[in-house]
Ligand binder design. Structure first.
Ligand SMILES: [Zn+2]
Ligand SMILES: [Zn+2]
Length: 386
């Protein structure tokens, strides 16, 4: 292993507080100095965030009136080239990170959930609540162009290490029930900035689908005396026709009941690997390389950067969540090179999905794509030392 690879085994974390109170965490190689924030940065406007409950479903909606002022670079500038970089709020020297950095996490300027949420306005009993939680932005690199597919594998491993670090830190807050790292890639799925980045939401209550998953785990444990996630791993492991590639610690497959044509789930095989913070170093390394592998397949599918939704689904803090197995779930909206699957009337109003492709056929298509996959043994998961 070279010196460079040894150096990647450890990341340092430095924390700064923006004059408006938001926190910035910088992740980098040991020896990198911590920059100072310049004076005169703009203050945040007060927000009117709150949660409203849909009485018919019990689902909460975060009402976030400031979000339509979010920044745009690529759509308005019409470019994702270096020429557009000065306008990008995530580039070094921009308003969010006004100094050089390697990777960073900062509190979202346009949050839907905040740690010290204002008291909600008056509303119907039981149907209004404070919008408590956290919304963070994760900058994968200071480079303006690129993606999970084109980053160096060590940079992708650093992203996974940062997700893990933030998951552990956010769950130390007893008010936080669930932590969701995610990435929306592409204008088609609402990404307003092309700089390689993702986000992280920390919820003070279980989001609806998370709650349904925990209920299913608990029901299976009570009625079938076993772990439903272990069963799911077994079902995927016994179906090579849905496998996208082989891996030691995770199954990588188009799920049995895929809702989207090219949906792929990367799921931990090991019972007990429920959150990022449960992963052994070799599992963490493999997870990063598998994520990059799947995104490279997506980009090879039609020869352009396939837009996708990517979520890291990990166990919330809830009774029955012990049977959760960590998964990264990728949902690209494309069903062909020029056609998108639209979440239209039936899907949106009823939650019942219609998939016009056979999961086995999509899996075979993705599995056969010739991509360059680096050997997993060549990389190590970075540990983070503040
Ligand atoms: Zn940028
Ligand atoms: Zn299990």
């Amino acid at each position: 292993m070279s010196t460079a690879e040894h150096a990647s085994l450890h990341l340092t974390r430095a924390e700064l507080v923006h004059p408006d109170g938001r926190r910035i965490r910088l992740y980098g190689n040991p020896g990198a100095s911590t920059p100072a924030l310049p004076p005169g940065l703009p203050q945040l406007e007060p927000t009117a965030l709150h949660l409203r409950c849909d009485a018919l479903t019990g689902d909460w909606v975060a009402v976030s009136p400031s979000r339509n002022r979010r920044p745009l670079t690529h759509a308005s500038a019409g470019a994702t080239t270096a020429a557009a970089a000065p306008a990008c709020p995530l580039c070094p020297g921009g308003p969010e990170l006004p100094f050089p950095y390697e990777a960073a996490v900062f509190d979202n300027r346009f949050p839907s959930l905040i740690p010290d949420a204002p008291a909600p306005p008056d509303g119907p009993d039981g149907l209004i609540a404070a919008s408590t939680g956290r919304c963070e932005v994760v900058c994968y690199t200071s480079q303006h162009t690129g993606s999970v597919a084109t980053l160096h594998p060590e940079q992708v491993a650093r992203v996974v290490a940062i997700w893990r670090d933030r998951t552990g830190a956010l769950l130390e807050d007893p008010r936080i029930a669930a932590v969701l790292p995610f990435e929306n890639r592409g204008e088609e799925v609402g990404a307003t900035l092309s700089h390689p980045h993702g986000q992280l939401y920390a919820f003070d209550r279980l989001p609806p689908i998370t709650a349904r998953r925990v209920a299913a785990l608990r029901r299976h444990r009570e009625t079938a005396d076993g772990c439903l996630s272990c069963r799911l791993v077994g079902i995927d492991a016994a179906a090579p026709e849905r496998a996208v590639r082989d891996a030691e610690h995770f199954t990588v497959a188009v799920p049995y009941a895929a809702r989207w044509p090219y949906e792929v789930h990367i799921r931990a095989r090991r019972h007990g690997a429920s959150r990022l913070t449960d992963l052994h170093p070799e599992e963490q390394t493999e997870l990063a390389l598998l994520l990059q592998d799947v995104v490279r397949r997506y980009d090879a599918l039609y020869g352009f950067e396939l837009p996708y939704l990517c979520t890291v689904q990990q166990a919330p803090r809830a009774p029955g969540a012990e049977d959760w197995h960590l998964s990264i779930e990728l949902l690209p909206p494309h069903r062909g090179p020029e056609t998108l699957k639209v979440r239209a009337s039936v899907e949106t109003a009823t939650g019942a999905f219609i998939n016009d492709t056979l999961p086995e056929a999509s899996a075979a298509q993705l599995a056969e794509l010739p991509i360059h996959a680096p050997p997993i043994a060549a990389y190590a998961a970075p540990g983070i030392h503040p």
